[in-house]
Design a protein around this ligand. Sequence first.
Ligand SMILES: *Cc1c(COP(=O)(O)O)cnc(C)c1O
Length: 328
Amino acid sequence: MTPAKFLEKVLTARVYDVACESPLDPMPGVSERLQNSVWLKREDLQSVFSFKLRGAFNKAYQLKQANPGLKGVIAASAGNHAQGVALAAKMLGMQAVIVMPATTPKIKVDAVKSHGARAVLHGENFDEAYKHSMQLVEQEGLAFIHPYDDFDVMAGQGTIAHEIIRQQPDSVDMIFVPVGGGGLLGGILGFLKAVKPSIKVIAVEPEDAACLAAAMKAKRRVRLKDVGIFADGVAVKQIGKNTFGMIRGLVDDVITVSTDQICAAIKDTYDDTRAICEPAGAVSLAGLKAYVDMHGIEGQGLVAINSGANMNFDRLRHVSERAEIGEQ
Ligand SMILES: *Cc1c(COP(=O)(O)O)cnc(C)c1O
């Protein structure tokens, strides 16, 4: 994929049938404390409470364009991607099948069903659910939608970068991006480095799920044995093949944050915007704060992405306890 071809993919991506142009909200409290202008890109305000529907809808749309007779799409996911695919398929009048591990909480199964998708519960873990979804691709003639390792998915996520530079055309110096499999980061880098390469893009991962940091260090993709699931939206063992190809030569820096730093960033988000985000949704802001501290950055325009808000309410007790520790 050439840079020009990817740029064209972002500029022609179809996302606004389902996604909104999310606000880029100022964070007055954090800005004052850090002596920088900090904005939060509010992807938690999308209809499925995460950015995932951008990539999922664009991919489903491109598949349907290429094959108008396509019956439906399939994904293996218990998280935000599942809801993105379910909603995208509904909007395009296609079937959606979502394969989830048998252990998936009912609340997530119901969320997918509420968008009219068929939930198939199979296997003990994600790998088994994934294998089963591949069998269904064959048996039922469905098209698979990967959560990140796909150029149309990346292009859909890349529309976030286009919005940011329209919303603050002159004042953004750095964007901090959370990383799971790298679809969001790949899309943002592919767009920004073609259009405004002066903006620095910093990748942020939880320290116990840092598959990109490990791959950058080894100069090849590595598979982590175990990953922490506190920030479940970014708990990925291996960075994608296509995403890593896009990221490795373009990303300006890769950093990691602790669970306590993530909890403190959930509190900061609440204090400045009154929004509650899920742990993965606060990874980017936690990284922004750590990076400013590490490098003594002042007077710059910094953007964090609140990537999602899908969290069970009862986890807030744990978050609020840890937030104080993370602030120290
Ligand atoms: C999927 C997801 C991410 C990470 O996106 P990737 O494209 O997998 O890197 C970050 N935050 C939330 C809330 C997500 O759902």
